[in-house]
Design a protein around this ligand. Structure first.
Ligand SMILES: NC(=O)c1ccc[n+]([C@@H]2O[C@H](COP(=O)([O-])OP(=O)(O)OC[C@H]3O[C@@H](n4cnc5c(N)ncnc54)[C@H](OP(=O)(O)O)[C@@H]3O)[C@@H](O)[C@H]2O)c1
Length: 248
């Protein structure tokens, strides 16, 4: 078990698959109490049951991050059950990429609602508790697309750039309350993210580019463990990692 993680209460959004599920598993192994949030309750309940069967504390709470009330309930219920919230990993996200000229405006809305507004709801839900505790750690998941814009992924990149701006602003305003802020920007990682691309030709092209180099989701979990296990006075603000062979 890793010092700095054992007994921490960690809420993870988007814990039903990919990066969130991998982080939940590794943090649980390292001794954290994990609260798993996503819309697919069957998935997060099955994962929580596995972790509990292994002798650890875990809870699954169905949450849609586009609902401010549901995100507030997630964090408040965590505090009711475990007495505090040490870490919120704002990980839920979608990437329905397509060129702008295809006018997938509904997908633009969902991308902003989930990737940006959902994260803001997370900050709003955790902040009062962390302020009162005089401690806390907010983890944000950006992307290489939060550092670089490329054709075909403009709205996604806009939300991921915004996450970095948000996290830096949160850091500046909340450091007085002893709240740490970490942005993790992964490159290609093998998850279900590409299943959300609705245009078949785009999905095909992205898969051909990404799948040969994509890393296992556990590599993201390692970055989370690194950031969370540092001494309280050290705030790891940015981690950017890619597959060695990734081009963008
Ligand atoms: N994989 C990569 O290469 C990569 C690279 C850079 C950044 N990222 C970022 O990593 C994060 C996780 O993505 P992933 O790669 O692990 O993809 P994933 O396997 O598709 O997981 C996405 C997660 O987000 C959840 N989610 C989506 N909409 C939600 C909503 N409205 N409310 C609550 N949860 C919602 C999903 O759960 P439900 O559907 O059950 O709600 C799922 O657990 C995203 O922010 C993504 O942008 C991924």
């Amino acid at each position: 078990m890793t010092k700095g993680i054992k007994d921490k209460v960690v809420v993870i959004t988007g814990a039903s698959s990919g990066l969130g599920a991998a982080a939940a598993r590794m943090l649980s192994q390292e001794g954290a109490t994990v609260v798993l949030a996503a819309r697919r309750i069957d998935r997060i309940q099955a994962l929580a049951d596995q972790l509990v069967a292994a002798g650890r504390a875990a809870l699954a709470l169905a949450t849609d991050v586009t609902s401010r009330d549901e995100v507030k309930r997630l964090v408040d219920s965590t505090v009711d059950r475990y007495g505090r919230v040490d870490v919120l990993i704002n990980n839920a996200g979608i990437m329905p990429v397509a060129p702008l000229e295809r006018l997938k405006v509904g997908e633009w809305d969902s991308t902003i609602d989930i990737n940006l507004k959902g994260v803001l709801y997370g900050v709003a839900a955790a902040l009062p508790h962390m302020k009162q505790q005089k401690s806390g750690h907010l983890v944000f998941v950006s992307s290489v697309a939060g550092h670089k814009v490329a054709p075909g992924m403009v709205v996604y990149a806009a939300t991921k750039h915004a996450i970095r701006a948000l996290a830096e602003g949160v850091r500046q305003e909340l450091r007085h309350f002893n709240i740490r802020t970490t942005v993790i920007s992964p490159g290609a990682v093998r998850t279900e993210l590409l299943d959300g691309i609705s245009e078949p030709d785009i999905a095909d092209a992205v898969r051909k580019r990404v799948e040969p180099v994509a890393l296992p989701a556990e590599f993201f979990a390692r970055a989370v463990v690194f950031a969370l296990s540092q001494p309280e006075e050290m705030d790891v603000n940015e981690i950017l990692f890619r597959p060695t062979r990734q081009e963008l």
